[in-house]
Each structure stands twice: as C-alpha cells, then as structure tokens.
Design a protein around this ligand. Structure first.
Ligand SMILES: [Ca+2]
Ligand SMILES: [Ca+2]
Length: 90
C-alpha cells in the first residue's frame, strides 16, 4: 500500500503527524470574515464543523455550509473510514 499513512512507520513519526494536524486545526482561519467556522480541509468553501461558540442564529444567518465530505475524496463522512484523509491526492 503506497499511501501517506503507510509512510508513518514509527511512534515518533505518528506523533509528529498528530502534532501537524493539531497545529492545522488550531491555526486555521479559512473563513476569516466569520467567527462561526475556521477549518475547510478540502478547500471547497464548506466548513468541516462550526465553532462550539457559534449560536444557531449565527449559523442560520451565515452562508457557510457544513461539508458532508470533509476530505473531498467523494466518500461521504458517514461512510468514510478516514474522513480526514483523502487517499486520492498522493
Ligand atoms: Ca470543505
Ligand atoms: Ca470523504
């Protein structure tokens, strides 16, 4: 299997990958004009999730939609065993 995940061989490499993912989520600000969402993993202008501080009124007033395929690989999150890993972009 020739995938990015297969390249992670050691605990150190796994921990570094987790750290990189954590940094991405903490520092993402894709929807800079809004405070209700900040992460869009596949870049399709649909948010991975809404902020825990976002109210339903703010979400309803916003044009930001939730993404049902976070990694953009064509497999819906409800079916995707790795919803944050697009295995088609190697
Ligand atoms: Ca998206
Ligand atoms: Ca997917």
């Amino acid at each position: 299997m020739d995938t990015t995940l297969a390249k992670i061989k050691t605990i150190k490499e796994k921990n570094e990958a987790i750290l990189q993912a954590s940094d991405y989520f903490v520092n993402a600000d894709v929807f800079s004009a809004s405070s209700i969402a900040s992460v869009d993993t596949d870049g399709d202008n649909k948010a991975d999730f809404y902020s825990v501080t976002a109210t339903q009124e703010e979400i309803s007033a916003s044009e930001i939609e939730l993404d049902d395929d976070i990694d953009g690989d064509g497999i819906l999150d409800t079916e995707d065993t790795l919803p944050y890993f697009n295995n088609t972009n190697n």
